[in-house]
Design a protein. Structure first.
Length: 218
């Protein structure tokens, strides 16, 4: 499907509907998504940052405001080379959580159709060098596991008529990167006024999780 084909389809008469009702903090983040081309959604596990990103990307696509949704997560360098299949197949175990979020919003058959049509494209962060993403919504999930150089590389891939969402949590940095995580630098952008920046606080998972972890970590 070409950019022209997607954007010249009949305009929707109403807002796209999904299996999700946004709460107030999600509505605020959604408003900024439409205002800013670069957005950061931070929050601890269960805060819904990935689900919100998928919601916004699908909404943008259904409104004919972009031609493609690109999703990526940091992966240990060279780890995909040993797995069978093409790039998408190699990445399926890593991308499964974000695909699950798409399926929470729409029928899994709709998600699969979009992937088959390349409306949803899966690429490893390492393979993004040299590519400019135009007319797309790009989601970088768990970006806290990128170092600053890789973060800057992904940011520099953003082309015209595109938006990028970085989802991350400083509490969930992988031990292999620790203090080299780019999230400590990007936190400086919170009050800059040049990006959308939101820390989601609502817990959408079983509240017992936080009770158990708080007890063990006191």
């Amino acid at each position: 499907m070409s950019t022209k084909e997607n954007k010249e389809k009949r305009k929707l008469k109403s807002e796209p509907r999904f299996k999700l009702q946004l709460n107030e903090e999600q509505k605020e983040a959604a408003a900024d998504f439409y205002e800013y081309d670069v957005n950061f959604f931070h929050g601890d596990f269960g805060s819904g940052k990935t689900l919100l990103s998928c919601y916004l990307a699908l909404s943008f696509f259904r409104k004919k405001m972009c031609n493609k949704i690109i999703i990526a997560r940091p992966i240990t360098k060279n780890s995909v080379g040993l797995l069978p299949g093409d790039i998408s197949e190699k990445l399926n175990p890593y991308i499964a959580p974000i695909v699950h979020n798409f399926n929470m919003l729409q029928a899994s058959s709709s998600t699969q159709k979009m992937m088959d049509n390349k409306d949803i494209e899966i690429l490893p962060v390492d393979f993004a060098k040299g590519i400019t993403y135009t007319d797309a919504v790009v989601i970088i999930d768990e970006y806290e596991d990128l170092n600053y150089e890789d973060f800057r590389m992904m940011l520099s891939r953003l082309g015209r008529d595109s938006k990028i969402i970085f989802c991350g949590s400083k509490e969930q940095i992988h031990r292999s990167i620790n203090s080299k995580s780019c999230i400590f630098a990007t936190m400086k952008l919170e009050d800059s006024g040049i990006v959308g920046y939101h820390t989601l606080k609502a817990n959408h998972r079983n509240p017992i999780i936080k009770q158990v972890t708080d007890f063990l970590e006191r």
